[in-house]
Each structure stands twice: as structure tokens, then as C-alpha cells.
Design a protein around this ligand. Structure first.
Ligand code: SF4
Length: 174
């Protein structure tokens, strides 16, 4: 499903993935935003898409694409959104990606204030509440994301535990 609105106060087009990468790795954020894209070939990304496809049989609106920018896994009655995660851990990256979708929808006048992170492999979901404080925090994060993306060169690679499963690993360390 594709929906288009206009949102004037966004300076840069920021996707949910960019918010996620901001927490995971700032270099990954920069590489992604500059379209140095290896993610589509990553097995983990393919697995995520597969889990997503099998998780919501017969419920809500699936893959709601807004402004050709943010792709929400599922929306229920425009009151609750879902984001499917393949990992086993509740991470700030996932929480803030979901909150970014809520933030974006609220800026469009849709007064959603909660979402669910779905972990199909664990057969559990985690409710995330969006509070009034989150808007200010989110805007600070958006501002930082913009600053990173505007840099002419990417942040230096730093080896982390997630690097070996990152689609950019060879690009960063070979
Ligand atoms: S391999 Fe590591 S340093 Fe490079 S983009 Fe991925 S997470 Fe970041």
C-alpha cells in the first residue's frame, strides 16, 4: 500500500533504516545514505524480508509505504504499528526505528502513540510506548543523522561484534 503526504520540516529524507543504522554503526549510516549499497545482497536482510512476509497472515495493512520513504511492516487501524525483527534482542536501534515511524506519522496528523516490535523467531512481541519526551529526543537524533550524512567522508570503521554479519564488512576491512 502506498500513501503520499507532504512534510515540510524534514530537511533530509530519512528512512527507518537510517535511524536503525545510526544506533548500530554511524559509518554504516553514512555508506547507506550515500548509496554505497550492499544490503540487498545480505543474507540477513533476505531473512528479515522472509520473516516479515510470513508474520502477518490476514491482519492489518502490510508494507505501508509513506512518501516513498518509510516502509512500515504493518499498521492496525491506524492506531498501532508493527515492526518485525529477526534478532533475539531488544535493541535501541529497533526501538528508535519504530519510534521514528510513530514520530513521522504523528507529524502527518495521525495520532499513534504505540507500536509493537515483533520477534517471530522468539514468538513474542514487545510493546513500545511513544511519550511526549520522545519527540524532542527524536528530533535531536534526526539532527545528528543529518550531520553525519552531510560529512564528505564516512566515519572510520571500528571493529565491533556485529561487523562480521554486516553487508559492508569486506568494504570496511579488506
Ligand atoms: S562492517 Fe562494521 S564498521 Fe563497517 S559498516 Fe558494518 S558495522 Fe560499520
Amino acid at each position: 500500500m502506498i500513501i503520499c503526504f507532504s512534510l515540510e520540516n524534514f530537511k533530509m529524507r530519512i528512512t527507518g533504516n537510517m535511524v536503525n543504522y545510526f544506533f548500530v554503526c554511524k559509518r554504516k549510516l553514512w555508506l547507506f545514505q550515500h548509496q554505497i549499497g550492499f544490503e540487498q545482497t545480505s543474507e540477513r536482510v533476505m531473512l528479515g524480508k522472509l520473516l516479515d512476509k510470513t508474520s502477518y497472515q490476514g491482519r492489518g495493512l502490510h508494507h505501508v509505504m509513506i512518501d516513498n520513504l518509510i516502509d512500515i511492516d504493518m499498521v492496525e487501524n491506524w492506531q498501532l504499528i508493527h515492526e518485525v525483527k529477526k534478532s533475539n534482542a531488544l535493541e535501541p536501534a529497533a526501538v528508535w526505528q519504530l519510534k521514528y515511524y510513530i514520530y513521522y506519522l504523528r507529524k502527518k496528523g495521525i495520532s499513534i502513540s504505540k507500536g509493537l516490535l515483533d520477534y517471530p523467531r522468539l514468538k513474542k512481541c514487545v510493546k513500545i510506548d511513544y511519550t511526549s519526551k520522545d519527540e524532542e529526543i527524536m528530533e535531536n537524533y534526526i539532527s545528528e543523522i543529518e550531520q553525519i550524512c552531510k560529512q564528505s567522508t564516512p566515519p572510520k570503521p571500528e571493529l565491533k561484534s556485529i561487523c562480521k554479519s554486516c553487508a559492508f564488512y569486506e568494504y570496511c576491512f579488506s
